[in-house]
Design a protein around this ligand. Structure first.
Ligand SMILES: [Zn+2]
Length: 249
């Protein structure tokens, strides 16, 4: 196999590895950012529930002052009872006092119920705060792990890019340009193996005459169907067996 072809295949291999690693790195970054969002949303839920509890307490204090107002009216009516002149006035005041008392009782019942609901929500809140705290700790731990992983990946990526630059330097400019052009058109694999007269890029048969020439000549040809660079080799397992093997891994 000619040296240029070897270099092109090495370039293709390292570029595929770089793309894969970059995808993993992007996925990791997305996960890293999603964690912050999850924590913020858990905190927001907790804060919302806390403020709902605050509203319940506020409503209870309003009920307290309402009942105090009715109690004040009750006392006023009871005081008035001592200075009534007529029986009719007396009866009317008794009725008023009765109404006030009934009102106070039903208000106190409602307050008791409300208080129980507050106590229940308050007890649940402690559990929720603890759960939120644990969730935040777990999130921080995951972020720390991801950060280490990311650092590792970035170093690996840097080494691969250095490797790519070194390989690129061995490839003539015009050949590299052609490679780029084809790669831009077909995606990742610009150089394809031909095996049993089939281009492994497009899986179509190449003409027999061309296949014969490809086996005899040691230079780069182009697939008549997909226009990829094609090559033939006796070393069957060369890049097919382990196309994604990492350099130095
Ligand atoms: Zn092809």
């Amino acid at each position: 196999m000619n040296e240029q072809l070897k270099s092109l295949l090495a370039l293709q291999e390292i570029e595929i590895l770089i793309d894969h690693l970059q995808e993993s790195l992007d996925a990791l970054t997305r996960r890293f950012d999603a964690i912050d969002g999850e924590v913020a949303s858990a905190r927001k839920t907790l804060e919302d529930e806390k403020s709902a509890l605050g509203e319940m307490r506020k409503a209870y204090r309003a009920m307290e002052s309402d009942v105090q107002a009715v109690q004040a009216r009750l006392q006023k009516s009871e005081a008035a009872l001592r200075s009534v002149k007529t029986n009719r006035e007396y009866q009317s005041l008794l009725k008023e006092i009765d109404d006030h008392k009934n009102r106070v009782w039903s208000m106190e019942d409602a307050m008791l119920e409300h208080l129980e609901a507050i106590e229940k929500a308050d007890a649940a809140m402690k559990g929720k705060e603890e759960a939120c705290r644990r969730f935040e700790i777990k999130a921080q731990e995951e972020k720390a792990e991801l950060a280490l992983e990311r650092e590792d990946m970035e170093k690996q990526l840097e080494r691969m890019q250095q490797n790519r630059r070194e390989i690129s330097e061995r490839i003539p400019r015009d050949l590299a340009d052609k490679y780029r052009l084809i790669k831009g058109r077909v995606g990742s694999m610009a150089v394809a193996l031909v095996k049993d007269a089939v281009c492994r890029g497009c899986y179509l048969n190449i003409p027999p005459q061309m296949y014969n020439e490809l086996q005899q000549r040691d230079d780069i040809a182009y697939c008549p169907h997909c226009q990829r660079m094609i090559y033939w080799t006796k070393e069957e397992t060369l890049f097919e067996a382990a196309p994604l093997r990492a350099k130095g891994a």
